[in-house]
Design a protein around this ligand. Structure first.
Ligand code: NAD
Ligand code: UFG
Length: 339
């Protein structure tokens, strides 16, 4: 595996994957319409690993642009990050989500078929487990969703499974991410939420930097040790490395369909994360307890054994490093890549 097309490569997880790909000796080619990112992230990637990846600013719904990229580059495999990812927005704009995520993936797969490139690693999400019957969650747990974003991930998983069953020349890896947080150790790339963050860690860092007054903890009456929601937070650089391992396995076993959880296997509560953040940064995070957020589940953490056994994947960074690194990025870039 050498030339890897990275859709959504300018985004949060994609930019971290670029660094890992370059460091593994691969040549990432970025395809992104910059609808939720900026190409400044690519400049920052260059400052970390010395390579400014070849970049196409284009949409995955644009089949001609996709054909051009496959014609101009000898692509070995695709990592498909491109997609819209806000749960709340997907409820308000379902058609936009299905078009961008599902129809966009169909366009990508058609272009791959035309080009004879049949290796793909897809960004799925633990959201496809819906409200899991128990934790830790294994890959064979029942699947369900409660919102259009999750449904789009589940539909894409189904399309990819059907595709594999129709033609075993395909090599397909579905990676189900748990909760990626943190930022590259350099502090040069990280997450840039648009507007007020929906997710916990960017909300905490925005409070820490003084842009938001206090954190709203959504519920402290869950059946968890301290009553607040428990999640499997994983350092984004660990998650990114999981994609390199997935490609390496696809190279070894080019005609497989595989599904892996990418998580640490450990759950932390909202208050665990807040307290760890305060401890490692020395910054106070004022918070209030609010009612539960509709659609949230009590706990969600991975059984990471399959990825460990088959990919050799194991998270290296703990919760303290996730907090330290998230803060290093936020402190240096209070307005994202504009700083
Ligand atoms: P992100 O928004 O930072 O990155 C997604 C990138 O895709 C952006 O750069 C955006 O401009 C691009 N994009 C979106 N639609 C496109 C289109 N039609 N054509 C071309 N480019 C397009 O998000 P992220 O956090 O890096 O997530 C990457 C992937 O991982 C997404 O598919 C997301 O659903 C999935 N995922 C993310 C999380 C998370 O918590 N961040 C969890 C599970 C799964
Ligand atoms: N939370 C708060 N206050 C906030 C934000 C979050 O208390 O301001 C709590 C939530 O209630 C939850 C925990 O912090 O208990 C984590 O919430 P996030 O929004 O950070 O993450 P979620 O687990 O809800 O959702 C994430 C992604 C989704 C994805 C899901 C499953 O944002 O896109 O993981 O993979 F679908």
């Amino acid at each position: 595996m050498k030339n890897i097309l990275v859709t959504g490569g300018a985004g949060f997880i994609g930019s971290h994957a670029l660094v890992e790909l370059v460091e593994a000796g691969m040549n990432p080619i970025v395809y992104d319409n910059l609808s939720n990112s900026t190409d400044k992230s690519l400049k920052a990637v260059e400052s970390i690993c010395g390579v400014y990846p070849k970049f196409y600013q284009a949409d995955i719904l644009d089949e001609e642009a996709l054909d051009r990229v496959f014609a101009e580059n000898d692509i070995d495999a695709v990592i498909h990050f491109a997609g819209l990812k806000s749960v709340g927005e997907s409820v308000a704009q379902p058609v936009r989500y299905y078009e961008n995520n599902v129809a966009g993936t169909v366009c990508l797969l058609k272009a791959m078929e035309r080009a004879g490139v049949r290796k793909i690693v897809f960004s799925s999400s633990a959201t496809v487990y819906g409200s899991p019957k128990s934790c830790p969650i294994s890959e064979d747990f029942p699947l369900s969703t409660t919102n259009p974003y999750g449904a789009s991930k589940l539909m894409i998983e189904s399309i990819l499974k059907d595709l594999y069953h129709s033609d075993h020349r395909w090599g397909i890896t579905l990676l189900r991410y748990f909760n990626p947080i943190g930022a590259h150790k350099s502090g040069k790339i990280g997450e840039v939420p648009s507007g007020i963050p929906n997710n916990l860690m960017p909300y905490i860092t925005n409070v820490a930097v003084g842009q938001l007054e206090k954190l709203h903890v959504f519920g402290n009456d869950y059946p968890t040790p301290d009553g607040t929601g428990v999640r499997d937070y994983i350092h984004v650089s660990d998650l990114a490395r999981g994609h390199v391992l997935a490609l390496q396995r696809l190279e070894k076993y080019p005609e497989e369909l595989n599904i892996y959880n990418l998580g640490t296997g450990t759950g932390y509560s909202v208050l665990d994360l807040v307290n760890t953040f305060m401890e490692v940064t020395g910054i106070d995070i004022p918070y209030v307890i609010d009612p539960r957020r509709p659609g949230d589940i009590a706990e969600c953490y991975a059984n990471p054994e399959k990825a460990k056994k088959e990919l050799g994947f194991e998270a290296q960074f703990g919760i303290k490093e996730m907090c330290e690194d998230a803060w290093r990025w936020q402190e240096g870039h209070p307005h994202g890549y504009e700083d």
